[in-house]
Write a protein that binds this ligand. Structure first.
Ligand code: ADP
Length: 447
């Protein structure tokens, strides 16, 4: 086992990783920008190293500075968290080239899944079903027209290097295809420096269902069931549930078997998530994330597992030590992402937190790096807390989340807590019968 780990991240996830390290008796090194000198992860770490100015490019994405920090402090492994360098294959490779352990999959697997076209062809070859669409990259607009008439409108043009919902455009008819084609490519080039695009059938009422996977370095792979992340705004997740109100235990077992067999054949190691669109009883693979996800705590609650602890153990070469039959599911968990944003316009609202009072009580977990007097910097993601509840049934989890949201006090900055309250009391949400389009329709209705 490692004796010291560097955490190449900030905010709640840096804290989350730090907590797992501490319970394992591992010393931690925090890295931070000048804007984060007062951050909670810096205060709680055993050592902290300033790696640059506020801009992420010069700090949390600054590979040379992060590696120097690891070398100076004698860290043996680096946990990248999510975002920043977590899905950067070159970073993973450089870390290992310096004799350190990257807590995650191999650079080869990160690279493979980072290109969504390669990810899809790989999964198809391993027997995982896909959303109907182009066989690979679209060479030109003519080919886009051909594929669209074969799969049928509406269609979605997606960036091969996509992420965060960018570089994705819908065309409802042949007339709209040319605009969607050029807009998706322009956005992809600007965001990712790569304008390769592919096409998928645009599904009209799917759910976003994803499967949590862990693999060790010895060929063993298990899954920890599904998360339903259908509540999205602009293709970004807002609220997640485990398990999905739409999936039976048999369906979970079925897709779980397909996914774990595929990843075992790939020799996949550490944590990963397979994302699917689910409609009419069919799972269609859309992408794989080769890292810990923001919404991992809901899986931890229903499976009673510490996924970060597992990641660290597996990266140190330990075996899983359990089989699929040992993974059990208990109760229901919900996560609300609390962003520092205006709940009506979603404009980011950085600033000083005048009062911070998180909720508590049975089955309530708050993953956050906030404290009273903390100044939310304007340079980074606006998510400031994750509120997670766990209860024996979905109805009890909803009641518990409503109670916890009512207790949550964040003064001085605006947050999306009022939006979460409105979602939770809506009969449409409560019925569990929603798709990826539900939240935007709900907001159009109520805002
Ligand atoms: P990103 O990596 O940019 O987040 P994803 O491929 O994971 O992109 O898709 C993000 C979201 O976009 C999905 O959760 C879903 O809501 C929507 N989406 C993606 N592909 C399709 C599709 N073929 N049909 C309908 N919606 C889709």
């Amino acid at each position: 086992m490692f004796s010291k780990i560097l955490i190449a991240n900030r905010g709640e996830i840096a804290l989350r990783i730090l907590r797992a390290c501490r319970e394992l008796g591992i010393k931690t090194v925090a890295v931070h920008s000048t804007a984060d000198a007062d951050a909670m992860h810096v205060r709680l770490a055993d050592e902290a190293v300033c790696i640059g100015p506020p801009s992420s490019r010069d700090s949390y994405l600054n590979v040379a500075a992060i590696l120097s920090a690891a070398t100076i402090t004698g860290a043996e492994a680096i946990h990248p968290g999510y975002g920043f360098l977590s899905e950067n294959a070159d970073f993973a490779e450089t870390v290992e080239a310096h004799g350190l352990v990257f807590i995650g999959p191999t650079a080869e697997h990160i690279r493979m899944m980072g290109d969504k076209i390669t990810a899809k062809t790989t999964m198809l070859a391993l027997g995982v079903p896909l959303v109907p669409g182009s066989d690979g990259e679209l060479a030109n607009l003519e080919e886009a027209h051909e594929v669209a008439s074969r799969v049928g409108y509406p269609v979605l043009i997606k960036a091969a290097a996509g992420g965060g919902g960018r570089g994705m455009k819908v065309a409802h008819s042949a007339d709209e295809l040319s605009d969607a084609w050029s807009m998706a490519r322009t956005e992809a080039r600007a965001a990712f420096g790569n304008d390769a695009v592919y096409m998928e059938k645009y599904m009209d009422r799917p759910r976003h269902i994803e499967l949590q996977i862990l693999g060790d370095n010895h060929g063993n792979v298990v899954h920890f069931g599904e998360r339903d992340c259908s509540l999205q705004r602009r293709h970004q997740k807002v609220l997640e549930e485990a398990g999905s109100p739409a999936i039976s235990a048999e369906q979970r077992d079925g897709i779980g078997r397909t996914a774990t067999e595929a990843l075992a054949r790939m020799g996949y190691r550490n944590a990963g998530t397979l994302e699917f669109l689910y409609q009419d009883g069919q799972f269609c693979f859309i992408e794989m994330n080769t890292r810990l996800q923001v919404e991992h705590p809901i899986t931890e609650m229903v499976c009673d597992v510490d996924l970060v602890r597992e990641q660290i153990r597996l990266a140190a070469g330990e075996k899983l030590g359990y089989t699929q039959a040992d993974v059990t599911f208990s109760g229901h968990a919900i996560e609300c992402r609390i962003n520092a944003e205006d709940p009506a316009t979603f404009a980011p609202c950085p600033g000083t937190v005048a009062v911070y009072h998180p909720p508590g009580g049975l089955g309530v977990r708050v993953d956050s790096a906030l404290y009273t007097g903390y100044r939310v910097p304007p340079y980074y993601d606006s998510m400031i807390a994750k509120l997670i509840v766990h209860a024996p049934t979905r109805a009890q989890a909803i009641a518990r989340m409503q109670r916890a949201l009512d207790e949550f006090v964040v003064e001085g900055i605006k947050t999306v807590i009022p939006l979460h309250r409105a979602i939770l009391e809506d009969p449409g949400f409560q019925s569990g019968n929603y798709t990826i389009h539900w939240l935007e329709q709900f907001m159009a209705r109520t805002h």
